[in-house]
Design a protein around this ligand. Structure first.
Ligand code: C2E
Ligand code: CA
Ligand code: CA
Ligand code: CA
Length: 279
């Protein structure tokens, strides 16, 4: 028994060591990633359930490291958050999104709103609204083309400060939504004080809502809650027609998910979803 215990311990240390090594490797590779232009953005369409039309997109970062190959954001974003590198990466994402919006506009496509994910570190301090309005001005892009997603966890981490920053975005005319909604702990009293436009229903509930009564009830409750608060709803992770129909029947506004499209490169998004503005 003593022997097994020792092996178990050794196993855990090795696993932890491997994790730390991988994290260090990624953190080092991230150091050059911006300069080496290893990041791109993919865009995933968002559809309005009443019209079936594309009303927006979410920008999702992709990293193809010259030394490590493709690394998923689920793996490297937490590491970049830990190391502080997320601030520079997050600024690149904002600038690249706005630059792309400007380019599509100059090519004569009808405007579409693109949502960008924000990390907690970007919310600290008071610089974010200034940074973003500066980028919009730099590219001469109207504020309502941009949407900002913050997770429910960010929103509730430091609610008073979050409310201040959200008010600044509201004043700038930039829409905001609460991502991964339902996975955190926002109290009703805070939620009604958050000046956000939309609740994004977490994909974990959407995944099982056609088979699990509890998840069905949760999604329905979030939609009613949003309606009471004057907010819109978007369901993410929609993979089937059955999910789409159910969401439509219970009053969800918009959907996003593989059933419509995976996140795709900018040019592909343009070819498949953007409409000419010249007519
Ligand atoms: P998220 O913001 O919740 O983004 C949704 C994730 O679900 C994306 O994964 C998307 O590709 C995936 N997805 C979309 N539709 C479906 C579907 O129908 N089924 C399934 N199973 N998945 C679907 P992705 O692109 O790997 O991003 C993972 C997470 O990384 C994001 O979760 C977000 O938290 C973070 N992330 C991605 N890009 C950025 C970024 O530019 N900045 C920051 N701060 N975080 C980002
Ligand atoms: Ca998101
Ligand atoms: Ca999400
Ligand atoms: Ca998520």
């Amino acid at each position: 028994a003593k022997h097994a215990g020792k092996n178990k311990y050794a196993f855990f240390t090795e696993a932890m060591q491997a994790n730390t090594t991988r994290a260090l490797t990624l953190s080092n590779a991230l150091h050059d990633a911006l300069e080496q232009q290893e990041f791109t953005l993919h865009y995933q369409p968002q559809i309005a359930l009443d019209s079936g039309k594309v009303v927006g997109a979410e920008a999702l970062i992709r990293w193809h490291s010259k030394t490590l190959g493709a690394v998923s954001p689920g793996e490297f974003i937490p590491i970049a958050e830990e190391s502080g590198q997320i601030l520079a990466i997050g600024e690149w994402v904002l600038r690249e999104t706005v630059r792309q919006l400007q380019q599509w506009r100059s090519e004569g496509f009808a405007p579409i709103r693109v949502a960008v994910n924000l990390s907690y570190a970007q919310f600290q301090g008071n610089d974010l609204p200034t940074l973003i309005s500066g980028i919009l001005e730099e590219y001469n892009v109207p504020a309502d083309y941009l949407e900002l997603e913050l997770t429910e966890h960010i929103a509730t981490n430091n609610p008073e400060h979050t409310i201040e920053i959200l008010k600044a975005f509201q004043q700038l005319g930039i829409q905001t939504s609460i991502d991964d909604f339902g996975t955190g702990y926002s109290s009703l009293s805070y939620l009604q004080r958050f000046p956000v436009y939309k609740l994004k229903i977490d994909q974990s509930f959407v995944r099982n809502m056609t088979t699990n009564t509890n998840d069905h009830i949760i999604v329905g409750t979030i939609i009613v809650l949003a309606q009471q608060l004057g907010m819109k709803t978007i369901a993410e992770g929609v993979e089937t027609k059955v999910q789409l129909d159910l969401l439509k029947s219970i009053g969800c506004d918009d959907i996003q998910g593989y059933y419509i499209s995976r996140p795709i490169p900018a040019d592909e998004f343009k070819d498949r979803y953007l409409q000419s503005d010249r007519n």
